[in-house]
Design a protein around this ligand. Sequence first.
Ligand code: GLN
Length: 552
Amino acid sequence: MAKYIFVFGGVMSGVGKGVASASIGKILQARGYRVTAVKIDPYVNVDAGTMNPTEHGEVFVTDDGDETDQDVGNYERFLDVSLPRENYMTTGRVYQSVISRERNLEYGGKCVEVVPHIPEEVIRRLRRATAKAKAEITIIEIGGTVGEYQNILFLEAARQMHHQQPDDVLFVLVSYLPVPGSIGEMKTKPTQYAVRQVNEAGIQPDFIICRSTAPLDAPRKRKLSVFCNVDESDVISAPDIASIYQVPLNFEKEHLSEKILAKLKLRSRKKNLQDWSVMQRRMARAKTVVRIGMVGKYFATGAFILPDAYISVIEALRHAAGANRVKVEIDWINSDDYETHPAKVRELSSYHGLIVPGGFGSRGVEGKISAIRYAREHGLPYFGLCYGMQLATIEYARHVCKLAGANTTEIDPKTKYPVIHIMADQAEKLAKKQYGNTMRLGAYPCVLDRHSRSFKLYGTRRITERHRHRYELNNFFRDRLTKAGMRLAGVSPDGQLVEIIELPSHPFFIGTQFHPEFKSRPLHPHPLFSGFIAAAKQRAATGGGKIARKKT
Ligand code: GLN
């Protein structure tokens, strides 16, 4: 019988429910079980592709082209597996299938009701994801916070599953225990209320994972146990730590995998977290710091800076830093800044590497182009991801090929030099206003030039990477770009689509039409990110953030 572990959050969002879910998956996988993980987003959006990343965070793209929540990225990174679209659902997606089934008369004339038909569809989807992964244990993270109106139907699905198979379904509440500065003491009350809220939904948590700035002490464990009806040993302390990759190891200090397996009536097999601990120690012990500037626009929400929109890029940098035995320090640079204060771009001299990640639209674009120009002219290692590749092409066209006003038609449809232009099939979709899930999405193969730096880094000619774009390098300009020194280092197997550009004369200048960050894993850092960090490390070693001297 397959087993299911539902994870939901109490008190507030953003306390690390995704990492907790991924870590639970990891420790069970380390016990030899086949584990998969599903994210449920309560939004009515059918997928994350139509949500603003500033509000919702990164859109994580799967191999099969689903536009999912960033937590799916956490599951992939921790479990070291690639997940299919079955592992993501939203309220919109669930309703969409119930409604289309109703239209096809599949309910045989019955009244179709929110309960039971919506939770039934949720359960059907969960079982399908489990079957597809052949999983012995499925972790299901329910987005949002308990007590919210919008996730009630998902909790109802969880309750029903538990009712149907009580020995196979387990509930974990990830809660937050504030330590208010004015009081100086960790408070358990909000968690007690959160447990009452899930109790109202007919659910009793088996475990409470207590997120806080500090470890949970014995008196508070006891208190939560008494008030929340959970054994003391099932109240798990989860204080803030330096790296998310430490979380599975911390859970194991509390013997969480054994406790979970016992409740699920599964045998406790030998634990193997060796690779993971080695990786984690390597990351933690690195001392040399490389400073990376990341120029984007999805950072600010009101008075706060949230780098969530670029989470996979950040993690990929950390994996690569671990592989290079350095620590990476990332600065978020708002590209608007370089437009209002062009001289500020000189601050880039203090960095060891520059990244321009994916993006859309015109805001901040000229600022990004100025930053790329600086990197190109000053030998600063540059890595452009998707939009970062397109903008690097524009920069090269304008300032090296002297095609003044060169642009992408995304921004300037009338440009004289459309070095980046819309892909033919995409133009039709935009004309029909078909925006949702219609970009060039998911994994596509790419063939590398044998002489390229990318080939050296990947160590193979044929690669597969994930995409999310509508525009591409305009083949009409290939000759002019290559004659001016740009290398088209990777193209689609039919040779039609440029996937990677490089500047061979530069210490490290690579732009990819795809998003390599989606495939980087802590146990398998991405070769291009590793190469980028190696170049940044080299720059740090040969004169810090100062302009590196050319070797003679
Ligand atoms: N806006 C660009 C395109 O649609 C780049 C997309 C991206 O960076 N993901 O092609």
